[in-house]
Design a protein around this ligand. Structure first.
Ligand code: HEC
Ligand code: HEC
Length: 202
């Protein structure tokens, strides 16, 4: 134990010595301010200011939709979610406006067909024995429309989140190459997932 502590001490001394020499010989110096994203010395917090997180404060109905990050990306929430979260089993206000039957009249994008589908493997439980679906070819997954919102889609904010408009420290140069003209505002899933799709049907 003692030996290893000594070894560490010696090696750190060696590192310090090397760094010291480099500085002394003016070979290269790296300022602390240039090392991280904060651009201030690590010895003082006083002038270190983080950029503010700024979520939309516009109420639903008054906000402007945000371009999708890529074709079929889950859209970001453009409106304020104040008072709408957390989503609980008895209180999901998102569905009260985005439910397909009412969404259009509310000016909201309807929850797409994909959210009314079951993509889960078909395990069996007869009340006594649980048998896991184990087909490695994934044929046990029956993708079919269901009459209600899939449980896997109930917690909207698991995939759809508000977007902060704060400044990025590192610029994002990614440009989406949408496969459709309206890709910035519309998903293609409603087209590709057909009404009567049931992959277990023979
Ligand atoms: C009072 C009605 C209302 C409620 C409640 C509501 N929304 Fe919205 N939502 C809208 C409207 C209207 C829009 C269109 C933008 C606008 O007009 O503000 C929208 C837009 C969106 C979008 C962007 C859709 C697109 O095509 O880009 C997403 C995602 C979204 N809402 C998710 C949610 C989630 C998640 C919740 C629950 C936390 C929620 N909304 C609650 C009305 C609502
Ligand atoms: C497991 C992740 C996930 C959850 C949970 C989820 N979504 Fe989505 N959502 C997506 C993805 C991915 C897309 C884009 C592909 C598609 O249309 O299915 C999408 C698309 C959408 C769209 C745009 C549809 C269009 O026609 O362009 C709306 C509106 C939406 N979701 C609302 C909701 C609401 C409201 C909830 C909660 C009730 C919810 N989503 C839950 C992943 C999710």
């Amino acid at each position: 134990m003692k030996f290893s502590k000594l070894t560490i001490a010696l090696s750190s001394a060696a590192v310090l010595f090397t760094v010291g020499c480099a500085t002394a010989n003016n070979v290269s110096t790296v300022s602390e301010e240039s090392l991280g994203f904060r651009k201030t010395t690590i010895y003082s917090e006083s002038d270190t200011v983080a950029d503010k997180t700024m979520y939309s404060t516009e109420a639903a109905g008054a906000s402007k939709k945000i371009n999708r990050a890529f074709q079929d990306a889950p859209p970001m929430i453009p409106h304020s979610v104040e008072g709408l979260l957390p989503i609980t089993i008895n209180n999901n206000q998102c569905t009260s406006c985005h439910e397909p039957a009412i969404a259009t009249s509310m000016g909201a994008t309807p929850i797409p067909k994909s959210h009314f589908m079951d993509f889960r493997p078909k395990h069996n439980y007869d009340g006594k024995t649980f048998t896991k679906a184990v087909d490695n070819m994934k044929n046990e997954v029956s993708v079919k429309p269901i009459s209600q919102l899939s449980g896997a889609r109930f917690n909207c904010t698991q995939c759809h989140t508000p977007q902060s408009t704060g400044k990025l420290i590192v610029d994002n140069t990614f440009e989406p190459a949408y496969t459709r003209k309206d890709g910035a505002f519309k998903s293609t899933w409603d087209e590709v997932i057909l009404d009567n799709l049931d992959t277990l049907k023979k």
